[in-house]
Design a protein around this ligand. Structure first.
Ligand code: GAR
Length: 193
């Protein structure tokens, strides 16, 4: 499995996926990092690891590609012979052309127990704030297939973590993120096999 990882932030999930390919837990090769913005911390991680990086323009996904413009994303994915895509903290909607090119081969990780606390606006810290405001006693992480909506695709794997009354959004986010780091490689291995 030749994996491209799409990310917008610090890239700790990117790192844990690459680490699991190096340890042999995940039978895949991370061949490309796609960043949604030039200041994403994931870029530095990829460069340190010698993994090629493609940075998307601000027009992505709404006006992408522009009229008479080549689809550079599809080109770069083909160049690197990418067979599977993992979104890891990627904060943009996946356009239909990408889903059409990779049917059933794009997954996302979400920092809550979907179908609860998903959808537009439910990303990063917002998710954990909503979980705490709702008085939940458990949260977790979900890996799911990507379709044309936010967070609605079929669930691949899910893992729970407890929520404590003393939790802040930051404390809960850290607990969930730790779970994500082991859950995502496990979920990807299902497809690699
Ligand atoms: C992760 O918690 C991931 O689940 C979340 O962003 C964080 C990225 O962390 N993704 C979403 O909220 C997507 N809806 P990372 O950059 O350290 O991997």
């Amino acid at each position: 499995m030749r994996l491209a990882i799409f990310a917008s932030g610090g890239g700790s999930n990117f790192q844990s996926i690459v680490d699991s390919t190096i340890s042999g837990q995940l039978s895949a090769e991370v061949v490309l990092c796609v960043a949604s913005n030039p200041s994403a911390g994931v870029i530095k991680r990829a460069e340190t690891l010698g993994i090629p990086v493609h940075v998307l323009p601000p027009s992505f996904p709404k006006d992408y590609p522009g009229p008479d413009q080549p689809n550079e994303l599809l080109q770069v994915l083909a160049e690197h012979k990418v067979t599977f895509i993992a979104l890891a903290g990627f904060m943009k909607l996946v356009p239909g052309f990408l889903i059409a090119q990779y049917p059933g081969a794009i997954v996302n990780i979400h920092p809550a127990l979907l179908p609860k606390f998903g959808g537009k606006g439910m990303y990063g810290r917002n998710v954990h704030v909503a979980v705490l405001e709702n008085g939940e006693t458990e949260s977790g992480a979900t890996v799911h297939l990507v379709d044309l909506e936010y967070d609605t695709g079929a669930i691949v794997l899910q893992e729970k973590v407890p929520v404590f009354p003393t939790d802040t959004p930051e404390i809960l986010a850290a607990r969930v993120l730790k779970t994500e780091h082991s859950l995502y490689p496990k979920a990807l291995q299902i497809f690699a096999k």
